[in-house]
Write a protein that binds this ligand. Structure first.
Ligand code: GUN
Ligand code: ZN
Length: 416
Protein backbone atom coordinates (compact mmCIF):
# COMPACT_ATOMS: atom_id res chain seq x y z
CA UNK A 1 0.00 0.00 0.00
CA UNK A 2 1.13 3.50 -0.93
CA UNK A 3 -0.22 6.73 0.55
CA UNK A 4 -0.21 9.87 -1.63
CA UNK A 5 -0.88 13.18 0.03
CA UNK A 6 -1.75 16.41 -1.74
CA UNK A 7 -4.59 18.66 -2.82
CA UNK A 8 -6.99 16.12 -4.30
CA UNK A 9 -9.05 17.36 -7.26
CA UNK A 10 -11.48 15.23 -9.24
CA UNK A 11 -15.10 15.28 -10.32
CA UNK A 12 -18.22 15.08 -8.18
CA UNK A 13 -21.33 13.25 -9.41
CA UNK A 14 -22.85 16.51 -10.64
CA UNK A 15 -19.91 17.18 -12.98
CA UNK A 16 -18.46 19.96 -10.81
CA UNK A 17 -14.99 19.74 -9.34
CA UNK A 18 -14.55 17.85 -6.11
CA UNK A 19 -11.71 19.08 -3.90
CA UNK A 20 -10.04 17.75 -0.75
CA UNK A 21 -7.16 19.87 0.57
CA UNK A 22 -4.37 17.86 2.18
CA UNK A 23 -6.21 14.67 1.37
CA UNK A 24 -4.63 11.25 1.17
CA UNK A 25 -5.17 8.42 -1.31
CA UNK A 26 -4.31 4.84 -0.44
CA UNK A 27 -3.20 3.02 -3.58
CA UNK A 28 -2.51 -0.68 -4.13
CA UNK A 29 -2.95 -3.26 -6.89
CA UNK A 30 -3.33 -0.48 -9.46
CA UNK A 31 -6.40 1.05 -7.81
CA UNK A 32 -7.41 3.73 -5.36
CA UNK A 33 -8.30 1.64 -2.32
CA UNK A 34 -9.14 4.34 0.19
CA UNK A 35 -9.28 8.10 0.64
CA UNK A 36 -9.28 10.35 3.70
CA UNK A 37 -7.20 12.25 6.24
CA UNK A 38 -3.59 11.38 6.89
CA UNK A 39 -4.12 10.35 10.52
CA UNK A 40 -6.93 7.91 9.77
CA UNK A 41 -5.18 6.32 6.78
CA UNK A 42 -1.91 6.04 8.70
CA UNK A 43 -3.79 4.20 11.41
CA UNK A 44 -5.49 1.90 8.91
CA UNK A 45 -2.33 1.16 6.89
CA UNK A 46 0.57 1.42 9.32
CA UNK A 47 3.07 -0.17 6.91
CA UNK A 48 2.20 2.03 3.92
CA UNK A 49 4.85 4.36 2.48
CA UNK A 50 3.78 8.02 2.34
CA UNK A 51 4.64 10.40 -0.52
CA UNK A 52 3.72 14.00 0.27
CA UNK A 53 3.07 16.17 -2.78
CA UNK A 54 2.59 19.29 -0.66
CA UNK A 55 0.21 21.87 -2.11
CA UNK A 56 0.33 20.41 -5.60
CA UNK A 57 -2.88 19.01 -7.08
CA UNK A 58 -3.33 15.26 -7.38
CA UNK A 59 -5.70 14.84 -10.33
CA UNK A 60 -6.89 12.14 -12.73
CA UNK A 61 -4.38 11.31 -15.47
CA UNK A 62 -5.31 12.62 -18.89
CA UNK A 63 -7.03 10.43 -21.47
CA UNK A 64 -6.12 11.15 -25.10
CA UNK A 65 -9.12 9.88 -27.06
CA UNK A 66 -7.60 9.95 -30.56
CA UNK A 67 -3.90 9.91 -31.40
CA UNK A 68 -1.77 8.31 -34.12
CA UNK A 69 1.39 6.91 -32.54
CA UNK A 70 2.98 6.23 -35.97
CA UNK A 71 2.78 9.95 -36.78
CA UNK A 72 5.12 11.02 -33.96
CA UNK A 73 7.88 11.46 -36.54
CA UNK A 74 5.87 13.70 -38.91
CA UNK A 75 4.31 16.05 -36.35
CA UNK A 76 4.65 19.68 -37.50
CA UNK A 77 4.90 19.02 -41.25
CA UNK A 78 4.18 22.27 -43.03
CA UNK A 79 1.45 23.58 -45.14
CA UNK A 80 -1.17 21.15 -46.40
CA UNK A 81 -4.82 20.44 -45.90
CA UNK A 82 -5.86 16.96 -44.83
CA UNK A 83 -5.79 14.98 -48.08
CA UNK A 84 -2.44 16.33 -49.31
CA UNK A 85 -0.97 16.07 -45.82
CA UNK A 86 -1.90 12.38 -45.70
CA UNK A 87 -0.32 11.70 -49.08
CA UNK A 88 2.82 13.79 -48.68
CA UNK A 89 3.83 13.11 -45.08
CA UNK A 90 1.67 10.55 -43.31
CA UNK A 91 1.52 7.60 -45.67
CA UNK A 92 5.29 7.49 -46.34
CA UNK A 93 6.00 7.51 -42.60
CA UNK A 94 3.33 4.89 -41.87
CA UNK A 95 4.91 2.60 -44.48
CA UNK A 96 7.97 2.34 -42.21
CA UNK A 97 5.87 0.47 -39.62
CA UNK A 98 6.08 -2.70 -41.66
CA UNK A 99 9.36 -3.00 -39.74
CA UNK A 100 8.46 -4.40 -36.29
CA UNK A 101 11.65 -3.04 -34.71
CA UNK A 102 10.89 0.47 -35.90
CA UNK A 103 7.32 0.14 -34.62
CA UNK A 104 8.61 -1.02 -31.23
CA UNK A 105 11.02 1.92 -30.92
CA UNK A 106 8.34 4.44 -31.88
CA UNK A 107 5.85 2.88 -29.45
CA UNK A 108 8.33 3.31 -26.62
CA UNK A 109 9.02 6.93 -27.60
CA UNK A 110 5.28 7.52 -27.77
CA UNK A 111 4.60 6.35 -24.20
CA UNK A 112 7.60 8.31 -22.91
CA UNK A 113 6.08 11.45 -24.37
CA UNK A 114 2.59 10.75 -23.04
CA UNK A 115 3.82 10.10 -19.53
CA UNK A 116 5.88 13.30 -19.52
CA UNK A 117 2.68 15.15 -20.38
CA UNK A 118 0.52 13.38 -17.81
CA UNK A 119 -1.45 11.25 -20.27
CA UNK A 120 -1.97 7.84 -18.74
CA UNK A 121 -4.37 6.20 -21.20
CA UNK A 122 -5.34 6.64 -24.82
CA UNK A 123 -7.27 5.49 -27.87
CA UNK A 124 -4.57 5.10 -30.49
CA UNK A 125 -4.40 4.47 -34.23
CA UNK A 126 -1.70 2.03 -35.32
CA UNK A 127 -0.91 1.52 -39.02
CA UNK A 128 -2.27 -1.03 -41.47
CA UNK A 129 0.42 -3.49 -40.32
CA UNK A 130 -0.62 -5.92 -37.60
CA UNK A 131 2.90 -5.69 -36.15
CA UNK A 132 2.36 -1.99 -35.43
CA UNK A 133 -0.61 -2.78 -33.20
CA UNK A 134 1.36 -5.63 -31.58
CA UNK A 135 4.16 -3.18 -30.79
CA UNK A 136 1.85 -0.68 -29.13
CA UNK A 137 -0.04 -3.31 -27.13
CA UNK A 138 3.21 -4.90 -25.99
CA UNK A 139 4.74 -1.64 -24.78
CA UNK A 140 1.49 -0.52 -23.11
CA UNK A 141 1.20 -3.86 -21.34
CA UNK A 142 4.77 -3.70 -20.10
CA UNK A 143 4.27 -0.16 -18.79
CA UNK A 144 0.81 -0.77 -17.34
CA UNK A 145 -1.17 1.66 -19.49
CA UNK A 146 -4.83 1.35 -20.28
CA UNK A 147 -5.07 1.62 -24.03
CA UNK A 148 -7.18 0.74 -27.02
CA UNK A 149 -5.74 0.44 -30.47
CA UNK A 150 -6.24 -1.50 -33.65
CA UNK A 151 -4.59 -2.08 -36.96
CA UNK A 152 -5.85 0.42 -39.51
CA UNK A 153 -8.18 -1.04 -42.12
CA UNK A 154 -7.54 0.55 -45.52
CA UNK A 155 -8.06 -1.20 -48.85
CA UNK A 156 -8.17 1.64 -51.41
CA UNK A 157 -7.02 5.18 -52.23
CA UNK A 158 -3.69 4.67 -50.52
CA UNK A 159 -0.21 3.49 -51.59
CA UNK A 160 -0.09 -0.20 -52.54
CA UNK A 161 2.30 -1.02 -49.69
CA UNK A 162 -0.25 0.31 -47.19
CA UNK A 163 -3.31 -1.45 -48.58
CA UNK A 164 -4.98 -4.48 -47.05
CA UNK A 165 -8.14 -6.18 -48.34
CA UNK A 166 -11.55 -6.66 -46.80
CA UNK A 167 -10.64 -10.26 -45.98
CA UNK A 168 -7.10 -9.66 -44.70
CA UNK A 169 -8.30 -6.74 -42.58
CA UNK A 170 -10.91 -9.02 -41.03
CA UNK A 171 -8.45 -11.85 -40.42
CA UNK A 172 -5.61 -9.69 -39.07
CA UNK A 173 -7.96 -7.72 -36.83
CA UNK A 174 -9.53 -10.89 -35.49
CA UNK A 175 -6.12 -12.36 -34.68
CA UNK A 176 -5.20 -9.17 -32.82
CA UNK A 177 -8.47 -9.23 -30.87
CA UNK A 178 -7.78 -12.79 -29.79
CA UNK A 179 -4.20 -11.96 -28.87
CA UNK A 180 -4.74 -8.74 -26.92
CA UNK A 181 -8.35 -7.76 -26.20
CA UNK A 182 -9.08 -7.96 -22.48
CA UNK A 183 -5.51 -8.78 -21.49
CA UNK A 184 -4.90 -6.63 -18.41
CA UNK A 185 -5.74 -3.07 -19.37
CA UNK A 186 -5.77 -3.58 -23.15
CA UNK A 187 -8.81 -3.16 -25.38
CA UNK A 188 -9.19 -3.65 -29.08
CA UNK A 189 -10.60 -0.92 -31.29
CA UNK A 190 -11.66 -1.77 -34.83
CA UNK A 191 -9.95 0.95 -36.85
CA UNK A 192 -11.23 1.59 -40.37
CA UNK A 193 -9.17 4.70 -41.22
CA UNK A 194 -12.05 6.66 -42.80
CA UNK A 195 -14.71 6.10 -45.42
CA UNK A 196 -12.57 7.13 -48.45
CA UNK A 197 -9.93 4.46 -47.79
CA UNK A 198 -12.31 1.57 -47.13
CA UNK A 199 -14.35 -0.14 -49.83
CA UNK A 200 -18.01 -0.75 -48.97
CA UNK A 201 -17.08 -4.42 -48.64
CA UNK A 202 -14.42 -3.61 -46.05
CA UNK A 203 -16.82 -1.52 -43.96
CA UNK A 204 -19.34 -4.34 -43.99
CA UNK A 205 -16.61 -6.85 -43.04
CA UNK A 206 -15.63 -4.58 -40.16
CA UNK A 207 -19.23 -4.56 -38.91
CA UNK A 208 -19.40 -8.36 -39.20
CA UNK A 209 -16.28 -8.65 -37.06
CA UNK A 210 -17.89 -6.29 -34.54
CA UNK A 211 -20.94 -8.56 -34.43
CA UNK A 212 -18.62 -11.44 -33.60
CA UNK A 213 -16.78 -9.44 -30.88
CA UNK A 214 -19.40 -6.97 -29.67
CA UNK A 215 -17.42 -5.68 -26.68
CA UNK A 216 -14.59 -4.13 -28.71
CA UNK A 217 -14.70 -0.46 -29.71
CA UNK A 218 -14.55 1.17 -33.15
CA UNK A 219 -12.63 4.32 -34.02
CA UNK A 220 -12.50 6.25 -37.27
CA UNK A 221 -12.58 9.77 -38.75
CA UNK A 222 -15.68 11.76 -39.69
CA UNK A 223 -16.38 15.11 -41.40
CA UNK A 224 -13.01 16.71 -40.78
CA UNK A 225 -12.48 18.61 -44.02
CA UNK A 226 -14.76 20.01 -46.73
CA UNK A 227 -12.92 18.33 -49.63
CA UNK A 228 -13.00 15.03 -47.75
CA UNK A 229 -16.76 15.32 -47.22
CA UNK A 230 -17.33 16.07 -50.92
CA UNK A 231 -15.20 13.04 -51.84
CA UNK A 232 -17.23 10.80 -49.54
CA UNK A 233 -20.37 12.09 -51.24
CA UNK A 234 -19.00 10.99 -54.64
CA UNK A 235 -17.76 7.62 -53.36
CA UNK A 236 -20.99 6.72 -51.55
CA UNK A 237 -23.80 8.31 -53.59
CA UNK A 238 -26.44 6.21 -51.87
CA UNK A 239 -25.61 7.34 -48.33
CA UNK A 240 -27.60 10.25 -46.92
CA UNK A 241 -24.43 11.94 -45.63
CA UNK A 242 -20.95 11.06 -44.26
CA UNK A 243 -22.12 9.50 -40.98
CA UNK A 244 -24.72 7.63 -43.02
CA UNK A 245 -21.90 5.69 -44.72
CA UNK A 246 -20.82 4.22 -41.38
CA UNK A 247 -24.42 3.83 -40.25
CA UNK A 248 -25.45 1.90 -43.37
CA UNK A 249 -22.49 -0.43 -42.90
CA UNK A 250 -23.51 -1.13 -39.27
CA UNK A 251 -20.75 0.93 -37.66
CA UNK A 252 -22.81 3.40 -35.65
CA UNK A 253 -23.05 1.97 -32.12
CA UNK A 254 -22.56 3.28 -28.56
CA UNK A 255 -18.85 2.46 -28.60
CA UNK A 256 -18.22 4.18 -31.96
CA UNK A 257 -15.66 6.97 -31.72
CA UNK A 258 -15.67 9.58 -34.46
CA UNK A 259 -12.60 11.77 -34.68
CA UNK A 260 -13.18 15.42 -35.64
CA UNK A 261 -16.92 15.49 -36.52
CA UNK A 262 -16.64 19.19 -37.31
CA UNK A 263 -19.06 19.77 -40.18
CA UNK A 264 -22.02 17.62 -39.13
CA UNK A 265 -25.46 18.09 -40.59
CA UNK A 266 -28.47 18.16 -38.25
CA UNK A 267 -29.36 14.60 -39.26
CA UNK A 268 -25.86 13.38 -38.43
CA UNK A 269 -25.91 15.11 -35.04
CA UNK A 270 -29.25 13.55 -34.20
CA UNK A 271 -28.14 10.08 -35.27
CA UNK A 272 -24.88 10.23 -33.29
CA UNK A 273 -26.65 11.48 -30.18
CA UNK A 274 -29.43 8.94 -30.45
CA UNK A 275 -27.00 6.02 -30.03
CA UNK A 276 -24.65 7.84 -27.63
CA UNK A 277 -21.62 7.55 -29.91
CA UNK A 278 -18.55 9.59 -29.00
CA UNK A 279 -17.49 12.69 -30.94
CA UNK A 280 -13.78 13.26 -30.47
CA UNK A 281 -12.62 16.85 -30.71
CA UNK A 282 -9.04 17.42 -31.89
CA UNK A 283 -8.55 21.20 -31.70
CA UNK A 284 -4.79 21.59 -32.34
CA UNK A 285 -5.16 19.39 -35.42
CA UNK A 286 -8.21 21.29 -36.67
CA UNK A 287 -6.29 24.56 -36.38
CA UNK A 288 -3.10 23.18 -37.91
CA UNK A 289 -4.79 21.60 -40.94
CA UNK A 290 -7.29 24.45 -41.26
CA UNK A 291 -10.14 21.96 -40.97
CA UNK A 292 -12.76 24.05 -39.19
CA UNK A 293 -14.24 25.10 -35.86
CA UNK A 294 -15.92 22.40 -33.74
CA UNK A 295 -18.98 23.77 -31.93
CA UNK A 296 -18.17 22.20 -28.57
CA UNK A 297 -20.61 24.07 -26.30
CA UNK A 298 -23.46 23.90 -28.80
CA UNK A 299 -22.95 20.14 -29.15
CA UNK A 300 -22.77 19.69 -25.37
CA UNK A 301 -26.03 21.60 -25.00
CA UNK A 302 -27.55 19.21 -27.53
CA UNK A 303 -26.53 16.23 -25.37
CA UNK A 304 -23.58 14.88 -27.37
CA UNK A 305 -20.91 12.75 -25.75
CA UNK A 306 -17.59 14.51 -26.40
CA UNK A 307 -14.00 13.54 -25.70
CA UNK A 308 -10.88 15.60 -26.27
CA UNK A 309 -7.80 14.41 -28.14
CA UNK A 310 -4.47 15.51 -29.58
CA UNK A 311 -4.65 13.76 -33.00
CA UNK A 312 -0.87 13.88 -33.27
CA UNK A 313 0.59 14.12 -35.96
CA UNK A 314 -2.19 16.33 -37.41
CA UNK A 315 -2.26 17.75 -33.89
CA UNK A 316 0.70 19.80 -32.79
CA UNK A 317 1.19 18.77 -29.17
CA UNK A 318 1.08 15.65 -27.00
CA UNK A 319 -0.05 17.83 -24.10
CA UNK A 320 -3.70 17.64 -23.07
CA UNK A 321 -3.16 21.01 -21.37
CA UNK A 322 -2.21 22.52 -24.75
CA UNK A 323 -5.21 20.68 -26.21
CA UNK A 324 -7.58 22.18 -23.61
CA UNK A 325 -6.23 25.62 -24.40
CA UNK A 326 -6.84 25.10 -28.11
CA UNK A 327 -10.33 23.72 -27.40
CA UNK A 328 -11.12 26.86 -25.44
CA UNK A 329 -9.83 29.08 -28.24
CA UNK A 330 -11.75 27.17 -30.91
CA UNK A 331 -14.94 27.34 -28.83
CA UNK A 332 -14.51 31.10 -28.49
CA UNK A 333 -14.09 31.42 -32.26
CA UNK A 334 -17.15 29.20 -32.75
CA UNK A 335 -19.23 31.67 -30.77
CA UNK A 336 -19.58 29.98 -27.34
CA UNK A 337 -16.55 30.05 -25.04
CA UNK A 338 -16.48 26.84 -22.97
CA UNK A 339 -16.69 26.75 -19.21
CA UNK A 340 -13.77 25.21 -17.36
CA UNK A 341 -15.53 22.01 -16.18
CA UNK A 342 -16.22 20.55 -19.64
CA UNK A 343 -12.63 21.29 -20.67
CA UNK A 344 -11.12 19.19 -17.89
CA UNK A 345 -13.92 16.63 -17.97
CA UNK A 346 -13.54 15.93 -21.69
CA UNK A 347 -9.78 15.42 -21.17
CA UNK A 348 -10.26 12.96 -18.28
CA UNK A 349 -13.40 11.31 -16.89
CA UNK A 350 -15.63 12.28 -19.81
CA UNK A 351 -13.18 10.86 -22.32
CA UNK A 352 -12.85 7.63 -20.33
CA UNK A 353 -16.62 7.22 -20.28
CA UNK A 354 -16.87 7.87 -24.03
CA UNK A 355 -14.26 5.16 -24.55
CA UNK A 356 -16.25 2.74 -22.39
CA UNK A 357 -13.83 2.75 -19.45
CA UNK A 358 -15.98 3.13 -16.38
CA UNK A 359 -13.45 3.15 -13.52
CA UNK A 360 -10.86 5.37 -15.10
CA UNK A 361 -9.89 9.03 -14.66
CA UNK A 362 -11.41 10.15 -11.39
CA UNK A 363 -10.32 10.55 -7.78
CA UNK A 364 -12.63 7.95 -6.37
CA UNK A 365 -12.25 4.75 -4.35
CA UNK A 366 -12.30 1.76 -6.70
CA UNK A 367 -11.00 3.71 -9.66
CA UNK A 368 -7.80 2.70 -11.41
CA UNK A 369 -4.87 4.67 -9.99
CA UNK A 370 -3.88 6.70 -13.05
CA UNK A 371 -2.95 9.96 -11.39
CA UNK A 372 -0.96 13.07 -12.10
CA UNK A 373 0.51 15.68 -9.84
CA UNK A 374 0.19 19.21 -11.18
CA UNK A 375 2.25 21.95 -9.57
CA UNK A 376 1.38 25.43 -10.85
CA UNK A 377 4.33 26.86 -8.90
CA UNK A 378 6.75 25.43 -11.46
CA UNK A 379 6.53 28.63 -13.50
CA UNK A 380 6.37 32.19 -12.30
CA UNK A 381 3.42 33.41 -14.33
CA UNK A 382 1.10 30.48 -13.58
CA UNK A 383 2.16 30.56 -9.94
CA UNK A 384 1.16 34.22 -9.62
CA UNK A 385 -2.08 33.70 -11.50
CA UNK A 386 -3.14 30.72 -9.40
CA UNK A 387 -2.33 32.54 -6.16
CA UNK A 388 -4.60 35.39 -7.22
CA UNK A 389 -7.46 33.09 -8.19
CA UNK A 390 -10.48 33.33 -5.93
CA UNK A 391 -11.69 29.81 -6.66
CA UNK A 392 -10.39 26.41 -7.68
CA UNK A 393 -12.25 26.75 -11.01
CA UNK A 394 -10.44 29.97 -11.76
CA UNK A 395 -7.08 28.39 -10.88
CA UNK A 396 -7.80 25.36 -13.07
CA UNK A 397 -8.83 27.58 -15.97
CA UNK A 398 -5.54 29.47 -15.77
CA UNK A 399 -3.72 26.13 -15.62
CA UNK A 400 -5.47 24.88 -18.76
CA UNK A 401 -4.42 28.04 -20.59
CA UNK A 402 -0.88 28.48 -19.21
CA UNK A 403 0.06 24.93 -18.23
CA UNK A 404 2.48 22.62 -20.01
CA UNK A 405 4.62 19.57 -19.31
CA UNK A 406 6.73 21.51 -16.78
CA UNK A 407 3.73 21.59 -14.46
CA UNK A 408 3.15 17.83 -14.60
CA UNK A 409 5.63 16.87 -11.90
CA UNK A 410 4.61 13.23 -11.43
CA UNK A 411 2.61 10.67 -13.39
CA UNK A 412 1.33 7.46 -11.77
CA UNK A 413 0.23 4.69 -14.13
CA UNK A 414 -1.82 2.07 -12.30
CA UNK A 415 -0.29 3.32 -9.07
CA UNK A 416 3.33 2.97 -10.25
N1 GUN B 1 -8.32 11.15 -41.83
C1 GUN B 1 -7.89 9.95 -42.26
N2 GUN B 1 -6.68 9.66 -41.78
C2 GUN B 1 -6.33 10.69 -41.00
C3 GUN B 1 -5.17 10.97 -40.21
O1 GUN B 1 -4.22 10.20 -40.12
N3 GUN B 1 -5.17 12.17 -39.55
C4 GUN B 1 -6.22 13.04 -39.62
N4 GUN B 1 -6.14 14.19 -38.94
N5 GUN B 1 -7.29 12.80 -40.36
C5 GUN B 1 -7.35 11.64 -41.04
ZN1 ZN C 1 -6.78 11.15 -36.63
Amino acid sequence: MKLLQGHLVGFADDGNFFEHRRGVLAVADGRIQDMGELAELRARYPDAVLTDHGDAWIMPGFVDAHVHYPQLGVIASHGRELLEWLTDYTFPEEARFADADYAEAQAEAFWDELVRNGTTSAAVFSTVHACSADALFRSAHRRGHRVMTGKVMMDRHCPADLADTAQSAYDDSEALIRRWHGQGRLDYALTPRFAPTSSPAQLVACAALWDAYPDVAMQTHLSENKDEIAWVGRLFPDAPDYLGVYENAGLLRPRSLFGHAIHLLPRERDAARAVGAGLVHCPTSNLFLGSGLFEFQQLLDAGQRIALATDVGGGTSFSMLATMKAAYQVSAMAGRALEIEPLWYSATLGAARALGWNQVANIEVGFEADLIVIDPAQTQVLNQRVRRASSLREALFATAILGDDRHVVRTYVAGA
